[in-house]
Design a protein around this ligand. Structure first.
Ligand code: G2I
Length: 373
């Protein structure tokens, strides 16, 4: 890799990160040296800025941007029950270990994702014949094993993920059906026992604005707090659609904070029909900026995690045919307008480059021509 490209790709990285990455991969630069460093801007605002990662990709430019721009990482799949114990008693920790080791080598926090979820659940759990008692034991043993393995190394755990239906009632997962309402409190107590230092989160999607689902979550958090259940935070995933940031996002963050819990934006991405157009990318910039501003504005908002930082590492195209371009960097690790929108929300006022007139235009493109096709 040319010296100039290497300088660009690793700009903002610590010495530890450089050691970890070693020889950066060829390819496009990650960002101009003059570009902002999101984790530094975030720290100055009292929050973290994180990204979901894929453990097997943590080399080269992908690793350089992960370490250079973000101060928190979340394994996108590697800590899920189906990943770590696909067969009962057969544990596979290599992916999760790799993410935690990378974070420690680069001075990053880890969001552990996730201990109890109805999806990516091994069939031995999903289809076992359980009593309430036997499934509760299996669940709390799983929590003790996984959270115990990483004790002291995880900043936040998503203890329970996606427990609600859209109308605010409980999702009828195997845990809900078999153990009943109390499974959530049981899970949080087991997580606290396994790793007392980790902040314990309840995480869900479509709960970013004030609506029936977030009302259900709000009522539960209030009850859990009243019962002394050890819950520390609420995660708003924020898988959003371009132009549709809920107008009540900040008020919703604030009302959870007022219950006495922290809040995090845990899985932010903002999808659009592809091919992306300049207009959609401008709107996406405004949307990333608005979400980030809402977190900055509430003192109990701990930070923001994007669900993949590059369009080459996003779940959207696989799950929403015809949609994509949902992350702040393009497929070649070039920052998109959204990246500059995040930076602006974090107080940066640098040059976002020639744009199509006033407002959120595309930023610099690292000397490469960008065509969104
Ligand atoms: O679905 C988006 C997210 C919603 N909230 C919880 C998150 O955990 C969830 O993440 C996504 C991952 O980003 C995807 O990568 O969860 C998906 C599964 O629900 C993940 O997709 C799976 C594919 O379904 C598998 O076929 C694939 O083997 O990713 C696996 C690993 O690449």
């Amino acid at each position: 890799m040319k010296l100039q490209s290497l300088r660009r790709a690793v700009f903002g990285m610590s010495a530890a990160a450089l050691l970890t990455v070693g020889a950066a991969a060829p390819g496009h630069a990650a960002a101009e040296a003059a570009d902002p460093i999101l984790k530094d801007l975030a720290a100055a605002q009292g929050i973290y800025y994180g990204t979901a990662v894929t453990a097997s990709k943590l080399t080269g430019t992908y690793a350089a941007v992960t370490a250079g721009q973000f101060d928190s990482i979340t394994p996108g799949n590697e800590m899920k029950w189906g990943s770590v114990e696909p067969v009962r008693g057969d544990f596979r920790w290599s992916g999760a270990d790799a993410v935690v080791d990378f974070a420690e080598a680069n001075g990053q926090k880890v969001r552990g994702h996730t201990l109890v979820w109805h999806s990516q659940l091994p069939s031995w759990v999903e289809n076992g014949s359980w009593t309430a008692g036997s499934l509760r034991t299996v669940m709390t043993d799983h929590i003790a094993t996984e959270a115990g393995r990483y004790k002291g190394r995880i900043d936040h755990w998503d203890v329970v993920n996606e427990a609600f239906n859209e109308d605010g009632t409980r999702r009828q997962s195997v845990f809900q059906r078999t153990i009943g309402d109390g499974y959530i409190a049981d899970a949080f107590r087991a997580a606290r026992a396994a790793d007392p230092a980790a902040k314990l989160y309840l995480n869900d999607y479509n709960v970013e604005g004030i609506n029936a689902k977030s009302n259900g979550m709000y009522d539960l958090v209030r009850q859990l707090k009243a019962q002394g259940v050890p819950i520390d935070g609420v995660g708003l995933q924020a898988h959003l659609i371009v132009g549709q940031v809920p107008s009540t996002l900040q008020a919703n963050i604030q009302r959870f904070a007022d219950l006495g819990v922290d809040v995090a934006i845990t899985e932010l991405d903002i999808r659009m029909p592809v091919p992306a157009t300049e207009q959609r990318l401008r709107q996406q910039k405004a949307d990333y900026k608005a979400v980030t501003q809402a977190c900055v504005a509430v003192s109990r908002c701990a930070g923001v995690t994007v669900w993949g930082f590059t369009d080459s590492d996003s779940w959207i195209p696989d799950f929403f045919p015809g949609e994509g371009a949902a992350t702040p960097y393009d497929e070649n690790y070039r920052p998109k307008p959204a990246y500059y929108g995040i930076a602006e929300a974090l107080g940066w006022s640098g040059d976002t480059g020639p744009g199509p007139g006033p407002g959120p235009g595309p930023g610099p493109v690292s000397g490469c021509a960008v065509t969104y096709a």
